[in-house]
Design a protein around this ligand. Structure first.
Ligand code: PMP
Length: 421
């Protein structure tokens, strides 16, 4: 309507064309509660996409923690305050013993930016290996190894990329070995150019690469290779972390590898901007005394309170288990939708990709149909998105409080859309 068009025009005028919205007719939201979002006309949408509000929108426990703390004290992070200590203790307890210290930032980009700086400082190398369509963040240093940003970014001369583990188009056995082989080749190529490797950085469910969960254990040879070459392994858990993959709290644990640093963000404050790195204490011991770290907002009292409330809710409400249970239920349901456009259903817990193809024999990506599905679901008041190199993978990544009844809503709407799109 007119007021909507006027708002879009105002937005374009003041924000310009780079700051894009989902959908041709953007969704004008005014409120969220649990797994539901409400638009300006009062229509209710099932959110099957947003992992920032990982406990559900406006979770009472987090709202209360933020409200309480913000009324008492919020300041920069250079005074002694209990909140950050409490939070760091609770957070590091969810990690294996080797990862016992934390550093806080405000965004995932900053966390990865700091991780590169630390990796270079402690290894003396500069080389970085990432996956072909990874997104690790927006800072200049991180954009240089975030190929999914496309033409706005030039990969650094010190960056090598490797294909992600596509188990749909390769056999699991092949995927299992290929990644390690590719990383070894990338290390060799860096060395040939006189570049010492500093780190291998990967998602532990490869998100922008195509939502590949990878066969379990496939990361191990690659991690061994980067360690042998004197580099560090950085696990980017910004998307899969905080129980989403269901089986484990952190995605890397599915693969039986020990990262040197783990970068975390998105769900960490259920919407309150906070992120960070959890790392081996030996690394901070090396980095800390000589290269100082300061972050005005990272780990501030309100952030710490929000983060603590999130971890408490995950534990008390059993959300990791819910992700496993409802994730399996949803994946089974997706697999049993008999439609020729569904080429592959993959993922772990509540992080699921559905690859849409023009027919399952040729596996040819069908981006146009994928867009029609995403739009068709929106018309049926369900929000998901599309991802992957060919924009033909339905990305299903709902809040962890998603219940079976919500999965049923998604499944029946998707079935309906597939039969008409
Ligand atoms: N790493 C991954 C895997 C991400 O998905 C994102 C955000 N999409 C980031 C890092 C960057 O996080 P932020 O947007 O909070 O800077």
């Amino acid at each position: 309507d007119d007021s909507e068009r006027a708002l879009i025009a105002r937005r374009e005028k003041v924000l310009g064309p780079a700051y894009r919205l989902f959908y041709e007719k953007p969704l004008h939201l005014v409120r969220g509660e649990g797994v539901f979002l409400y638009d300006v006309a009062g229509e209710k949408y099932l959110d099957a996409y947003n992992n920032v509000a990982s406990l559900g929108h406006c979770h009472p426990r987090v709202v209360e923690a933020i409200t309480k703390q913000t009324a008492i004290l919020n300041t920069h992070t250079r005074y002694l305050h209990e909140g950050i200590v409490d939070y760091a203790e609770t957070l590091t307890e969810t990690f294996p013993d080797t990862l016992s210290q934390a550093m806080f930032t405000c965004t995932g980009s900053e966390a990865n930016d700091l991780a590169v700086r630390i990796a270079r400082f402690v290894t003396g190398g500069t080389g970085i290996i990432a996956t072909e369509l990874a997104y690790h963040g927006l800072t200049s240093a991180v954009a240089e190894f975030s190929p999914s940003l496309g033409e706005s970014v030039t990969l650094g001369p010190h960056v090598r990329t490797v294909p992600s583990p596509d188990a749909y188009r390769n056999s699991p056995e092949e995927v299992m070995e290929k990644f390690g082989r590719d990383v070894c080749a990338a290390i060799a190529d860096l060395k040939r150019h006189g570049i010492k490797p500093a780190m291998l950085v990967t998602d532990t469910i490869f998100s922008s690469d195509g939502i590949f969960a990878g066969p379990k254990g496939f990361l191990k040879p690659a991690v061994d290779a980067i360690h042998e070459a004197g580099g560090l392994f950085v696990a980017d858990e910004v998307q899969p972390g905080f129980g989403r993959t269901g089986e484990t709290m952190w995605g890397f644990e599915r693969h039986g590898v020990s990262p040197d640093m783990v970068t975390i963000g998105k769900p960490m404050g259920n919407g309150y901007p906070m992120a960070g790195i959890v790392l081996r204490p030996e690394i901070i011991a090396e980095f800390g005394p000589r290269a100082r770290y300061f972050n005005t907002f990272g780990g501030n009292p309100v952030a710490a309170a929000a983060g603590k409330a999130v971890l408490d809710a995950i534990r008390i409400d059993g959300l990791q288990h819910n992700a496993l249970d409802v994730g399996r239920y949803l994946m089974d349901g997706l697999m049993s939708l008999s439609h020729t456009a569904i080429g592959d259903v993959r993922g772990s817990g509540l992080f699921i990709g559905v690859e849409i193809v023009s027919d399952t024999a040729t596996k040819r990506p069908d981006a146009a149909l994928t867009t029609r599905i995403v739009n068709g679901l929106r018309e049926r008041r369900i929000l998901i998105s599309a991802s992957g190199p060919n924009a033909n993978i339905l990305k299903i990544r709902p809040p962890l409080v998603f219940a079976r009844e919500h999965a049923d809503m998604l499944l029946s709407a998707l079935d309906d859309v597939l039969n008409t799109a």
